[in-house]
Design a protein around this ligand. Structure first.
Ligand code: B16
Ligand code: MG
Length: 216
């Protein structure tokens, strides 16, 4: 029986993938590396450093750790310029009411994100108090598909993995959920997320959390 929900942040609660894209693209342009939407898709759910490693690899560039740190800091500064303009209007359709209903119905709710910027984003969008636990990139260093971020979320909620349902927009995140022994809902493209137990385009399709878990 599902008793808890584990939410990815980027691409599930808010569409920050577009801001990551803008920031990585600025860097790629300076380094003369091709970086398009297809490449960006492969960075969803992947940590900042691993994302940088992948982009440098695609561009055939090797950098010293110090230079890598410079680009991670610069990319994050560009990213935060976008985040600073965010407000509740950036919450994806149906998410806020799903979170409210889930709490009313007694489900436990945790965030399971690779992002180190999760708390400021939840603060800016007014959603921080909707979560019982936050597990983010400041807590967990391994990238999805490693299940640690979700296992830690389940542990903090006091639930077994099989009592948790994960919401994810990234292939790597769906894999992470399954590697941790959890069920998953893919949010987005069914062709990318075909391994998920169910795929939705939007939370507007699933207004009632209790009804949802009976469809799995
Ligand atoms: P930051 P999620 C992930 O968040 C993003 O999908 C991924 O593109 C990003 O590189 C990663 O967070 C790290 O983010 O640079 O803010 O620490 O989808 O796991 O919520
Ligand atoms: Mg995501």
């Amino acid at each position: 029986m599902i008793r808890g929900f584990l939410f990815d942040l980027d691409g599930v609660i808010v569409d920050t993938a577009k801001f990551h894209f803008i920031a990585w693209q600025r860097m790629a342009a300076v380094l003369h590396i091709h970086f398009g939407q297809k490449e960006n898709e492969q960075l969803k759910g992947i940590s900042r450093e691993e994302s940088l490693d992948r982009i440098l690899h695609w561009g055939g560039i090797t950098l010293q750790q110090e230079e890598k740190q410079h680009w991670m800091d610069q990319k994050n500064a560009w990213y935060l310029e976008c985040v600073a303009k965010m407000g509740p209007e950036e919450i994806l359709p149906g998410v806020a009411s799903f979170l409210r209903e889930a709490r009313k119905q007694g489900f436990s709710i945790a965030l399971g994100s690779a992002s180190k910027n999760a708390v400021p984003i939840l603060e800016q969008t007014g959603l921080l108090s909707a979560f019982d636990q936050i597990v983010d990139g400041t807590v967990v260093t391994t990238s999805k598909p490693d299940p640690h971020v979700f296992l830690e979320g389940a542990r903090r909620l006091g639930l077994a993995p099989e009592q948790c349902l994960v919401f994810e927009d990234a292939e790597a995140g769906i894999e992470a959920a399954h590697n941790g022994g959890m069920r998953s809902i893919g949010v987005g493209d069914p062709n990318v997320l075909h391994r998920a137990h169910r795929v939705i385009q939007s939370f507007k399709e699933i207004p009632d959390p209790s009804a949802l878990i009976h469809t799995l």
